[in-house]
Design a protein around this ligand. Structure first.
Ligand code: NAP
Length: 242
């Protein structure tokens, strides 16, 4: 089984790459700028007896997306799983949000992943079945003050998940995860007060770990989720219920 995990140089993507490798997948470890971190992920997969390679691309740039698809196709005829995890959460007030920043956010989270999916479709369709997981966010439902472009893009990701699930079935299953507050670089700027405030509103009383999102993604690409398509699993400690 072969899986491409985007944004796997750190955070949730890194945890997912390591988890899928432990589950027996060969893994394409995608990164944008942190090649040394991606190489370290590849090294730990190989040290544990697994198989992996690193591949760089900025998903906001169409030529890069094509190069990424070509690099993966060049190695694998069949792609069993595609995990669209790469992303960034730039905080900007709406009045200061430039059209370029808005567009870049959509290129990274929506247009790039959509085009990557389109280009890898023949390879995914050869799997039995192909499995796609999009990483959305609780903010797709709740909105984000100082992150309107991000929340809108993450909501678009769900629209894409629903549409592709219908259109690509039964050859490819398409699902999403919607994480809440997960302890990665995204939360690194939190003051202790901000962290305490976050945790106060989470019924499970703490932020999540990248490995906990990875475990849910691993389920969605496994045969254990064989009757799931078009669904979104919330991984948020109860932050949003229903
Ligand atoms: N952490 C949370 O609380 C949380 C909550 C909800 C949803 N999410 C979502 O979960 C996903 C992973 O987030 P994370 O917290 O693990 O973040 P992270 O630790 O900052 O990792 C982000 C990854 O995405 C890559 N990336 C960013 N922009 C990219 C671009 N334009 N093209 C290609 N790759 C790009 C980064 O690559 P380089 O570092 O190599 O540049 C990195 O590997 C994101 O989609 C995020 O929106 C996170």
């Amino acid at each position: 089984m072969r899986a491409l995990v985007t944004g796997a140089s750190e955070g949730i993507g890194r945890a997912t790459a390591l988890r899928l490798a432990a589950d027996g997948f060969e893994v394409a470890v995608h990164y944008r700028s942190h090649q040394e971190d991606a190489d370290a992920v590849v090294a730990s997969i190989r040290a544990a007896g697994g198989s992996a390679f690193a591949v760089g691309a900025d998903l906001a740039h169409r030529e890069d997306v094509s190069r990424l698809a070509e690099a993966v196709r060049g190695r694998w005829e069949v792609v069993d799983a595609l995990v669209h995890n790469a992303g960034a959460y730039p905080r900007v007030g709406f009045a200061d949000l430039s059209p370029d920043a808005f567009e870049e956010c959509f290129r990274t989270h929506v247009f790039g992943p959509a085009e990557l999916t389109r280009q890898l479709l023949p390879n995914l369709s050869r799997a039995n079945p192909g499995r796609i997981v999009f990483v959305s966010s609780v903010l797709a439902y709740q909105g984000s003050a100082r992150g309107s472009h991000y929340a809108a893009a993450k909501a678009a990701v769900l629209g894409l998940t629903h549409s592709l699930a219908r259109e690509l079935a039964p050859a490819v299953r398409v699902n999403a995860v919607a994480p809440g507050s997960i302890d990665t670089a995204v939360l690194a700027g939190d003051t202790p007060e901000r962290r305490a405030e976050r945790e106060r509103v989470i019924p499970l009383g703490r932020v999540g770990r990248a490995e906990e999102v990875a475990a849910t993604i691993a389920f969605l690409v496994s045969d254990g989720s064989s009757y799931l398509t078009g669904t979104t699993i919330a991984v948020n400690g109860g932050l949003r219920i229903g």
